[in-house]
Design a protein around this ligand. Structure first.
Ligand code: HEC
Ligand code: HEC
Length: 257
């Protein structure tokens, strides 16, 4: 009896000590979301979406500043300068086709090729490209884990957007009525039924989901699959690609202003 009691007390003390450790671990760990990913182990699908958000804007996703000035590989003839030229999408495009895609003309033209040839390649052969002299992404800018996620995205996360978006008309090859079901139950929670709850620009020149879906369907499809860097937004990559294209088709029916 006595021994049992002592044993019980020892157990309780051990439990308390463990609880203390757990509390200390929680306090010492970075933001809660990160700790949870590490507890559960990242799924490949999640890591691909992470790579997709880094491709969009690694600065926003990692909450860090890009180096000062324009990326050395950004061509002098290009119209952009500064921070945005460090984004993968600025040189390789939202459709991953570079000069062969939507950035083949207009204010984002660089003449740089896309990354489509690297679909299905071993991510281990892609990571060193990002560390090469052309790219100059040092470990201080992009830690190994981020480079690995980017490499996985390049290998397994790309969508051949010309199959789903008509390049000339920018129309999604999807069914708006099917997309509405997803939009109203998922996207509308934050963006509103008409997509106007969040204005991405300002009062003077508002930009809503409807606006972006019309003007840049490739960007909209990329963000629907991977999420928006640096803010809490869902990524729907777990759905079928055609579901995402249907959402895009519906988003294209929403008000643009
Ligand atoms: C400032 C422009 C620029 C930015 C930003 C940029 N790249 Fe590149 N990238 C290039 C150039 C230039 C090449 C070489 C193309 C060539 O060989 O003609 C290249 C090549 C590549 C290739 C190999 C493509 C091939 O077929 O040879 C991959 C993969 C790639 N980049 C991925 C990325 C990723 C991922 C990011 C973001 C972390 C990124 N790039 C950011 C300019 C850029
Ligand atoms: C949990 C809230 C939330 C949900 C759900 C959500 N979003 Fe977002 N979304 C945001 C936030 C926050 C932003 C960033 C707003 C900003 O930067 O001004 C954003 C930005 C965007 C952008 C970027 C526009 C731009 O030009 O930068 C697009 C496109 C977008 N969302 C589409 C969607 C779609 C499609 C869905 C449904 C599949 C969806 N969102 C669901 C919160 C959400």
């Amino acid at each position: 009896m006595q021994r049992q009691l002592q044993h019980g007390m020892a157990m309780a003390a051990a439990a308390l000590a463990l609880a203390g450790l757990a509390a200390a671990a929680l306090v010492a760990s970075p933001p809660a979301a990160k700790a949870q990913e590490e507890l559960a182990g990242d799924t490949e699908l999640w890591t691909i979406t992470r790579g997709g958000r880094l491709y969009d804007s690694w600065m926003k996703e990692l909450l860090r500043d890009p180096p000062a000035g324009t990326h050395p590989a950004y061509p002098a003839a290009g119209k952009k300068k500064g921070a945005s030229t460090w984004r993968c999408k600025e040189c390789h495009g939202w459709d991953y086709k570079g000069a062969d895609g939507a950035y083949g003309k207009g204010s984002h033209y660089t003449g740089i090729k896309g990354i489509r040839e690297f679909v299905g390649r071993d991510p281990k052969t892609i990571a060193p490209i990002l560390r090469d002299e052309t790219h100059g992404y040092t470990k201080e800018l992009l830690p190994d884990k981020a480079v690995d996620a980017l490499a996985l995205f390049v290998s397994r996360g790309q969508v051949d957007m010309d199959l789903y978006i008509d390049r000339a008309t920018r129309k999604a090859r999807g069914e708006a009525a099917r997309g509405a079901r997803f939009f109203q139950t998922v996207c509308a929670v934050c963006h509103g039924f008409d997509g106007k709850t969040i204005n991405f620009k300002d009062e003077k020149k508002p930009e809503y989901i409807g606006t972006v879906a019309h003007e840049n369907p490739w960007e909209t499809l990329h963000k629907t699959a991977n999420g928006q860097p640096g803010v809490p937004m869902v990524s729907l990559r777990a759905l079928d690609i055609q579901d995402l294209v249907d959402i895009l088709a519906y988003a294209q029916t929403l008000p643009v202003k």
